[in-house]
Design a protein around this ligand. Structure first.
Ligand SMILES: *Cc1c(COP(=O)(O)O)cnc(C)c1O
Length: 426
């Protein structure tokens, strides 16, 4: 949407009604779309014409919202998925197949870790985990001939490691593979990874984008910057004929739209993790206030982090908005407006005290969720990262006593008072 600033794009992008059309993006609650003759619809199936025909592939409500997020991220094309996990799977599977390999940051979301280390492995896609803070030479050693992409999170959930996107993008590009970045925690309000060299951006829209804990969803945005056809048949799914569409070659026919078109007409056609238009409508309402909410999440989190840091019962706080945090400089570079509302900390008295503290909270609720308007807490070692052994927990930046706190947008004094009273019980 032109040169509007991001606050404006959050509200206006993706839906530009013409005369007499609804001002608000409507819910196209229809599985199917009508055509006047056989040939018209035939052309859609042959990818010779574009248009809606079945909501498993595309739906106008979903497309309007995907297009808003694409605009926010500064990409050329995007698609919504039924969940963040589906977005991650499609983003990878769109260019990887059995026999391929990916290089991935070890500081990632627990669900992504399981997807990469267990499920993708069953499909024949191997993953090597690297420490994103290592120097380039060390990370380089993880690459193989069959490596097809590199993956990392802008701000790792829950380790809160801030990614040096430029460094990682340079390594990926030197190895002639795209960098896929999960930008869920930062949101495009605080960071647009494409501007720093990322090629594909994925989101769990379930978090800040929806912002109200109402709908699970995901999104993939392509920068259009990666030259799939510059490396022979390395990305042959995009650069050689697709038999399931009478030999269409995505890069030839769709240019910069190749990656998202393939993910839509092939993966969504065959795997079908489409969001309901109803959910996309709700997501869009969340996106309209994304800028305002993210700003408040960050200022509240910064105040909470400072309070916890100065509290005698707290041993350690992870929040890149604190000057003493090891990721403060990277945070300032990539997210000058603030990082996110999620922080983590540890109590001096350890794991048992952490549980006592959490059970004493009154305003902050124990939920398997982060990044919505309500303040919430979670204990990664007993919840999201329960499947990991001690070494895997350590690599993911999770210690047994760590508490993850998602600071909401309630009044800051109410949030801090609640933490105060719960700390007093420990
Ligand atoms: C929540 C989350 C996911 C998974 O998304 P769902 O919408 O729950 O499927 C992936 N990545 C990150 C960083 C997340 O926080």
């Amino acid at each position: 949407m032109g040169d509007y600033r991001i606050e404006t794009k959050c509200i206006q992008s993706g839906w530009e009604p013409k005369k007499g059309e609804p001002r608000v993006v409507p819910i196209y609650q229809s599985t199917t779309f009508k055509y006047d003759n056989t040939d018209e619809m035939g052309k859609l199936f042959a990818l010779e014409d574009s248009g809606y025909f079945y909501s498993r592939l595309q739906n106008p409500t979903n497309d309007a919202v995907a297009s808003k997020i694409t605009d926010l991220e500064g990409g050329v094309a995007g698609m919504l998925t039924a969940s963040g996990q589906a977005a991650l799977f499609y983003a990878i599977f769109n260019i990887c197949e059995s026999g391929d390999h990916i290089v991935c940051s070890s500081a990632i979301y627990g669900g992504t870790y399981n997807l990469f280390s267990v499920t993708l492995k069953k499909l024949g896609i191997e993953c090597t985990f690297i420490n994103p803070d290592d120097e380039a030479e060390r990370i380089q050693k993880a690459f193989q001939k069959n490596t097809k992409l590199m993956f990392a999170e802008t701000i790792a959930n829950p380790a809160l490691v801030v990614l040096d996107i430029e460094k990682i993008a340079t390594i990926a590009h030197k190895n002639e593979v795209p960098l896929v970045v999960d930008n869920t925690f930062a949101t495009p309000v605080n960071c647009r990874p494409i501007e720093w060299g990322a090629d594909i951006v994925v989101h769990s829209t379930t978090k800040y984008m929806d912002g109200h804990a109402t709908v699970v969803g995901g999104c993939i945005v392509d920068s259009g910057n990666f030259h799939w056809d510059a490396y022979g048949d390395k990305f042959h799914g995009l650069t050689t004929p697709d038999d399931s569409y009478h030999g269409v070659i995505y890069t030839e026919r769709f240019g910069k739209g190749a990656y998202i078109t393939k993910a839509t007409v092939q993966l969504m056609r065959d795997l079908g993790a489409i969001p309901s238009p109803n959910n996309s409508f709700l997501l869009n309402i969340g996106l309209e206030t994304l800028f305002l909410r993210v700003e408040r999440h960050c200022s509240n989190a910064k105040a909470v982090a400072a309070f916890l840091r100065d509290h005698e019962k707290v041993s350690h706080v992870n929040c890149a908005m604190l000057e003493e945090d090891p990721y403060y400089e990277l945070g300032k570079k990539y997210m000058p407006k603030g990082t996110c509302g999620v922080l983590s900390f540890e109590l001096k008295a350890g794991r048992k005290a952490a549980i006592q503290f959490m059970d004493s909270l009154k305003l902050a609720a124990i939920v398997t969720h982060v990044a919505d308007a309500r303040t919430s807490v979670l204990h990664p070692a007993s919840h999201t990262h329960r499947q990991m052994n001690d070494q895997q927990l350590k690599d993911a930046g999770v210690s047994p006593g760590m508490i993850r706190l998602s600071v909401g947008i309630e009044n800051i004094h109410d949030i801090i008072d609640d933490l105060k009273q719960a700390l007093a019980t420990v």
